[in-house]
Design a protein around this ligand. Structure first.
Ligand code: 16G
Ligand code: MG
Length: 545
């Protein structure tokens, strides 16, 4: 294989710190940016191999999402815009961790195991977020691609979901859209304008939305997109990166975990606000009521709103499609009850991590998936998309049905089906609220969240916790689940579970109950159980004051 000596030589320019071990986790590699140069080079190499194997373009995104500015990370994107296959996650870890002298052997091992034809062309798309370390790290990815003789296209600054979109466009020969930023903006904004154009009674106030872009890439891209929206949406952009620090006291993750408004924004009572995360693949909404009380509308509320809207349209056009909502154990119990009991839709629960939800959603005609943290999208099967198209094109369809059919068609087009996309999800929600003439308070009132609390516990080795039933029950350590069951019984309408984090060295505890005091107390009690039964380190968890 003619390329191997070149790869080996180039890899010495991106040396691996001896002994450093990293893992391709829930969302790729993520750690302090200083430790990532060799990982980036090697992921460029791996993406080229993956491209040769799949005979398609592969994406490599340099970002650490909602992590602090000094971190960075990398995610690989498979041909249809989905996350890297799980089998290859193992190869990614293997390549990233092999010491300099073993790198070639590790590489050859992948080639052999996957029977890769090295004479096949390799094609890789690369994108990066706004972190100061991202430019040089993405250059290392490009070096890795060229070392193996692959072709690359460097998109420069992109949101993560934009890169997923580009990859899918490229591999569907433009059927999904044009693989350019312009193509992305046009596709989404035209669909948004079509969706909202008949909602005649929409006032300027209703068209106004405050956006917190987490001082990240979403701000730049939203600015670029604004002119395409033709003033149909009036955006006040805050935390646009001009002064604040990335993800610091702002962004979707901060708002969701702290359950409070981001710093750096001004929002009047009753007005809609939303927050992106650092790479713009998560979105949460909120408002302040007249008493100054903060109200959060998270991924569960978003899924419910979208589900309501789609179900109504399917009924109007008489389409009988299998619709499901996919959630994780973090979904608020009220949302699950509402979806199952009132809306009568199928609800599935998967493990945390977008890839799990995405795969589960693919099993339905229409799979709406959202994590409570605001990451999610809607997947339409090919058959469902075809049925919608036939309905619109069929000359015998009556006017009312055609109108609903067109709304469905534009809904499909405004959605980025490759992965959760804050910009696309935001446009969809804005369109739904406009079409339904709904305020954010009315949306919030669809169901009431059960009070909940999330805590972290530090333990010596979080791998001692093993879970089953989509992380809702702990299998080990012994006695932990029994303790949780007993503690839950002492609270009304309560539920609690624990799981080892996939991104941080902690065990996460979730509890919900009828009152906030009760949810707080239960979360604390369960934290103590984890601390004592799973090897807690540091001081005992304290009750929140
Ligand atoms: C990552 C995942 C997200 C998940 C979170 C859980 C992707 C793109 N992102 O951010 O889906 O909710 O990890 O973090 O898969 P945790 O394991 O630390 O709780
Ligand atoms: Mg993110």
């Amino acid at each position: 294989m003619a390329q191997f000596p070149e790869v080996l030589q180039q890899s010495t320019l991106h040396p691996k710190p001896v002994g450093l071990l990293l893992q391709y986790a829930t969302a790729g590699f993520r750690t302090n940016a200083q430790h990532l140069d060799h990982v980036m080079f090697r992921m460029g190499v791996l993406a080229t191999l993956r491209s040769k194997k799949t005979k398609a373009t592969i994406g490599v995104m340099v970002t650490a999402s909602h992590n602090p500015e000094e971190d960075n990370g990398v995610k690989l994107i498979d041909p249809m815009g989905e996350m890297l296959s799980q089998k290859w996650e193992g190869f990614a870890t293997q390549l990233a961790n092999s010491e300099q002298d073993d790198f070639l052997t590790a590489l050859k091992d992948v080639v052999e195991k996957e029977s890769i034809d090295m004479s096949q062309e390799g094609s890789v798309f690369v994108g990066r977020d706004t972190r100061s370390s991202s430019a040089s790290l993405s250059q290392s990815v490009l070096d890795g691609v060229s070392a193996l003789g692959g072709h690359s296209k460097d998109y420069g600054l992109l949101t993560t979901p934009q890169l997923h979109y580009m990859v899918r466009c490229q591999n569907t020969q433009g059927k999904y859209g044009e693989a350019t930023l312009e193509g992305y903006y046009k596709k989404l904004s035209q669909a948004f304008i079509q969706l909202t154009k008949n909602a005649s009674n929409c006032t300027d106030d209703q068209k106004h939305l405050t956006v917190d872009a987490a001082n990240g890439i979403g701000a730049l891209k939203l600015r670029e997109m604004e002119c395409h929206l033709k003033k149909e949406l009036h955006i006040s952009l805050f935390n646009d990166g001009s002064k604040g620090k990335l993800n610091h006291q702002c962004g979707a993750d901060f708002v969701k975990t702290q359950q409070k408004a981001p710093t750096g924004i001004t929002i009047n009572p009753g007005e809609r606000g939303c927050s992106f995360d650092g790479d713009a693949d998560r979105l949460v909404y909120y408002y302040m009521d007249s008493e100054g009380q903060f109200h959060l509308l998270d991924g569960d509320k978003i899924a419910t709103l979208i589900c309501t809207f789609l179900k109504e349209l399917f009924t109007q056009v008489g389409l009988n499609l299998k619709v499901a909502v996919v959630q994780t154990a973090y979904a608020n119990g009220s949302s699950t009850n509402y979806l199952e009991d009132t809306m009568k839709v199928i609800v599935r629960c998967t493990k945390t991590g977008v890839k799990h939800l995405h795969h589960a959603a693919q099993e339905f005609d229409v799979g709406i998936y959202f994590e409570a943290n605001g990451h999610g999208t809607v997947l339409f099967s090919e058959a469902a998309e075809e049925k919608i198209q036939q309905l619109v094109e069929n000359v015998t369809t009556d006017e009312e049905k055609r109108r609903a059919g067109l709304l469905l068609q534009n809904t499909v087009n405004v959605i980025n089906q490759t992965v959760g996309d804050a910009i696309s999800d935001m446009l969809l929600i804005e369109a739904i609220l406009t079409i339904k003439g709904m305020t954010i308070q009315q949306w919030d009132a669809i169901y009431s969240d059960l009070p909940n609390r999330q805590l972290k516990v530090k333990v010596a080795d979080r791998r001692v916790i093993d879970t089953k039933d989509a992380e809702r029950r702990a299998v080990s350590p012994e006695g932990l689940q029994e303790s949780i069951d007993t503690l839950v019984k002492n609270h009304r309408r309560a539920r609690s579970f624990v799981r080892p984090s996939g991104t941080e060295d902690v065990v996460r505890v979730y509890a919900e109950a009828e009152t906030q005091e009760s949810a707080d107390a239960l979360a604390h009690e369960v934290s103590l159980a984890v601390y004592h039964l799973a090897g807690g380190v540091g001081g005992e968890p304290k009750l929140l004051s």
